[in-house]
Design a binder for this molecule. Structure first.
Ligand SMILES: Nc1ncnc2c1ncn2[C@@H]1O[C@H](COP(=O)(O)OP(=O)(O)O)[C@@H](O)[C@H]1O
Ligand SMILES: [Mg+2]
Length: 496
């Protein structure tokens, strides 16, 4: 039997509030590319950080060519031939390419011969068609070039196993094709690669094998040639029971939200929304399905004023509201349950009651003629604590003392309660035991709701229509009746 080049057995990695990896196994053979596939947060980076010596696993073993190894630092990993290109590059801006490549290498002479270093860099650069100028400063380079420097650095240092963490996220399609060539050249020479991604088509294009992670667990091992995108989507998302629940008593009213060819870029300046158009009427819930990371975050942000659009138009209640501030959007009746609830959402040093009242401060009945009414704030808080089952000792408790789930309920309660027209809810049920969508569906009708969720069952239960987001585009919008597992799965995999 062939011994794997690399074997990880039963890797468990815990963080204070989450198990990032739970007894995960991995095998990699020489000359092969393994794709590690999973939604955002599935535990891909954590597993690879364990391998690269950045994290210590709580449990599990690692073997190289059948021999157990201890990897306690990136240096250990490098000596074993393991090198990782991280999601955020780790290059020093003020140094040249050549300096970065030898930076931190231990077996260098006191005064390194830079001419020699440059020569070797050019040699590798030519062999792998990785074009870089050793004399350039990092700050002069674009993202694609920086990635090349990272890869070159690892090859220079003798990496046999190259780990690439979502490498194409920062690349143009042309650069992605070049990267594919580089990887093929490397594997042809007997080196191996682990390629992290959440995109099915990259798995198909780049890999020999694929391992799928879902919520920290390994859920599938497939030979790439023997699987297909729709199967991979199902494995990634982990649910396939879909049923349409008849929504009674809702009749759509006036047009509340209208997006027309809306475009936006992500934090790295790359296109994230590539022309989004849809409409939502009051009394209607539009679900947004799709693998997380396909533009969901940016979509919520442009509608709530947190991100500028680079094209297109947003109308609320018939009025153009493109590129307004978050405060303008609140005034236009937009409420927002954000996905990153720890960053945005609640002020930990304020009481539960004040956090609940935050959106009503500026108006009656909480404020009258510029005077705050603490008694009314408390009444409102008590009512909301009750209705949303928020577990807090008193309304005066600082919200930082509450559990994560209860902090989330504060946001839900406040946003649903304050909503006067349009509710943008991003993954509202994440981290909650009871489905948040129940609160949304039960709340008084007449609102328009945009519900972004990775839970297909949840979407089918409450949404009237479901739009599938893929690579910053809407693949199609189906009514709940038209939607089934197969159609949605195909659309989520980017197949028309
Ligand atoms: N350094 C860290 N501290 C605390 N939690 C972390 C850390 N790194 C990752 N996590 C958590 O572990 C889980 C898996 O994250 P990650 O491995 O980054 O997933 P992926 O790369 O698949 O998107 C997430 O819930 C994430 O919040
Ligand atoms: Mg990651």
């Amino acid at each position: 039997m062939k011994i794997p080049l690399l074997e990880m057995k039963g890797i468990t990695k815990r963080f204070p509030n989450v198990v990032a990896n739970e007894r995960v196994d991995l095998e990699l053979y020489s000359g092969e590319v393994l794709a590690l596939l999973g939604e955002n947060g599935a535990g891909k980076s954590s597993l690879m950080n364990v391998l690269a010596g950045l994290y210590r696993a709580d449990e599990g073993e690692i073997y190289i060519r059948g021999e157990q190894v201890e990897i306690t630092s990136p240096r250990d990993a490098m000596l074993l031939g393991i090198g990782m290109v991280h999601q955020n590059f780790m290059l020093v801006d003020t140094m040249t390419v050549a300096e970065n490549i030898i930076l931190g290498m231990s077996d260098l002479p006191f005064v390194p011969d830079m001419a020699n270093v440059s020569e070797r860099i050019l040699e590798i650069s030519k062999r792998y068609n990785l074009q870089v100028d050793p004399q350039s400063y990092i700050w002069q380079l674009g993202v694609g070039e920086r990635q090349r420097v990272e890869i070159l650095k690892l090859i220079y240092r003798g990496a046999e196993i190259l780990i690439l963490d979502e490498p194409t996220a920062v690349l143009t399609p042309q650069e992605s094709r070049e990267l594919n060539q580089v990887i093929h050249q490397m594997t042809a020479e007997g080196k191996s690669a682990i390629f992290i991604t959440h995109k099915m088509e990259e798995v198909i294009a780049f890999s020999d094998w694929v391992r799928v992670l879902n919520k920290g667990r390994l859920v599938a091992v497939k030979k790439t040639a023997e699987t297909e995108p729709t199967e991979l989507v199902q494995l990634m998302v982990g649910r396939d029971v879909l049923f349409c629940v008849e929504k009674s008593g809702r009749s759509p009213g006036d047009l509340m939200l209208e997006l027309n060819n809306v475009q936006a870029v992500d934090d790295k300046g790359l296109p994230a929304l590539k022309g989004i158009s849809f409409k939502i009427r009051s009394g209607e819930i539009l679900g947004i399905a799709g693998v997380a990371g396909n533009g969901q975050k940016q979509l919520a942000e442009v509608i709530t004023g947190l991100r500028k659009t680079t094209g297109g138009r947003i109308r609320i209640n018939g009025e153009v509201k493109t590129n307004k501030t978050p405060f303008d959007m609140i005034c236009s009746g937009v409420s927002h349950i954000p996905a990153d609830r720890n960053v945005r959402g609640v002020a930990g040093d304020m009481s539960v009651a004040d956090n609940l009242a935050m959106k009503g401060y500026r108006k009656a009945p909480l404020t009258e003629k510029g005077i705050l009414h603490p008694v009314r704030i408390l009444e409102l808080a008590r009512r909301m604590i009750d209705a949303y089952h928020i577990d807090t000792p008193t309304p005066h408790t600082h919200s930082k003392f509450l559990s994560g789930g209860n902090v989330q309920k504060i946001i839900l309660a406040r946003e649903i309660d304050a909503c006067r027209g349009l509710l943008i809810a991003a993954y509202p049920s994440r981290g909650l035991d009871v489905g948040a969508t129940e609160y949304i569906a039960q709340s008084e009708s007449g609102k328009a709701v945009l519900l972004i969720s990775e839970d297909m069952e949840e979407l089918m239960t409450v949404a009237d229509r479901v739009a599938v987001l893929y690579e910053g585009r809407i693949m199609g919008i189906l009514t709940c009746k038209e939607a089934d597992t197969e159609k949605l799965g195909m659309m989520m995999a980017g197949i028309e």
